[in-house]
Design a protein around this ligand. Structure first.
Ligand code: NAG
Ligand code: NAG
Length: 315
């Protein structure tokens, strides 16, 4: 009886699960896309397709998030894509992302945001790893075990509205928009970035125009897209992009849903020394939700973008 008790106690001691909290500023977490990193304990983000990941040994990986309903791809060991939906919008919440039965080998897990900025600013408070052996370091450093994505040949920053976010692309008209119908990783900007092996920065917001928002009765809106990028109009926006990225090649694309703005945007491109890509007649009748492109149309628009960019910078 005594031996049994001792055995039980020993098991209890050695079986104790160690928990490690990994703060957002930990260099072992890798990021891609735009994040506000001014607070080391709480990074914030909102744009589509931003991603971050970690490499670790453990039984469970959890996350602290304040997120009002975004959905994510959860890519495990670069081989398996699961989905993770943030559902608790009341405040900072803990979610278990994944459990592994055995905790003997390293796994990489990365989150990629499928949904767009209109679901609100997200706060990331860190990961939590539970591992069964205190003596094992639960994390690898990025240099000895990098979490993809690693090296990109280029970076493409896309500025756009719903079309660029993949708004409704998972649906088939008739249907209306919800987080369930949007996948940024199948939007034409993302597909274009993948083609050029470029890191995608997908700054888009449904309904936000460059000068006028969707549904506004006035010619100009109080809070159009540049408000969220910088406070400027069309020319001002391009000037700001150039200020941030002096060596960038700038492309302006227009015409997916209406042919109307094409000539206007073309003139701006000519004035600004930017390259114009005519995207008209790319959306046939393959509508997703609310007459937006579906997955087939996104591929067709991506091809038009790819051809337009390749004509200037090469394949
Ligand atoms: C997340 O939401 C999508 C769309 O409703 C659903 O298909 C998926 O199963 C959900 N995933 C999880 C893990 O709840
Ligand atoms: C349109 O402009 C008027 C006059 O400036 C303003 O009062 C109104 O709020 C604007 N409407 C919208 C939807 O912004």
């Amino acid at each position: 009886m005594r031996a049994l008790l001792l055995l039980c106690l020993l098991t209890f001691v050695f079986g104790a699960i160690a928990t490690e909290t990994v703060l957002p500023s930990d260099s072992r977490i890798t990021y891609s896309g735009r994040f506000d990193k001014s607070n080391p304990k709480m990074y914030t983000y909102d744009w589509s397709a931003v991603q971050y990941g970690i490499s670790f040994i453990g039984h469970t990986l959890g996350i602290y998030l304040k997120d009002a309903g975004n959905q994510y791809d959860l890519i495990v060991d670069e081989t398996q894509t699961l989905q993770f939906n943030a559902t608790q919008d009341a405040g900072m919440a803990y979610y278990t992302l994944i459990r592994f039965e055995h905790a003997e080998q390293y796994h990489t897990v990365r989150l990629v945001k499928r949904t767009e900025a209109l679901f609100g600013m997200v706060s990331f408070g860190g990961f939590e790893i539970n591992h069964p052996d205190r003596s094992l370091s639960p994390l690898a450093t990025p240099t000895d075990r990098p979490v993809p994505p690693r090296e990109f040949k280029h970076r493409i920053e896309f500025l756009g509205d719903s079309l660029s976010c993949g708004y409704g692309n998972l649906g088939h008209w008739p249907c209306h928009f919800s987080a369930d119908t949007e996948d940024a990783m199948q939007s034409f900007p993302y597909l274009t970035a993948v083609h050029f092996e470029a890191e995608p920065h997908l700054q888009c917001w449904s309904g936000k125009g460059v000068v006028r928002n969707y549904g506004d009765v006035n010619t100009t809106s109080a809070d159009p897209f540049p408000t969220f990028y910088t406070r400027s109009g069309y020319h001002g926006l391009i000037a700001q992009v150039r200020r941030f990225h002096p060596d960038a090649t700038v492309f302006l694309g227009s015409g997916v849903t209406y042919r109307e703005p094409v000539d206007y945007v073309k003139r701006i491109a000519a004035k600004e020394g930017a390259h114009f890509i005519d995207l008209s007649n790319t959306l046939k009748t393959d509508y997703g939700c609310d007459y937006h492109p579906d997955l087939t149309a996104d591929k067709r628009i991506a091809q038009r973008m790819i051809d337009g960019i390749a004509a200037v910078v090469g394949k």
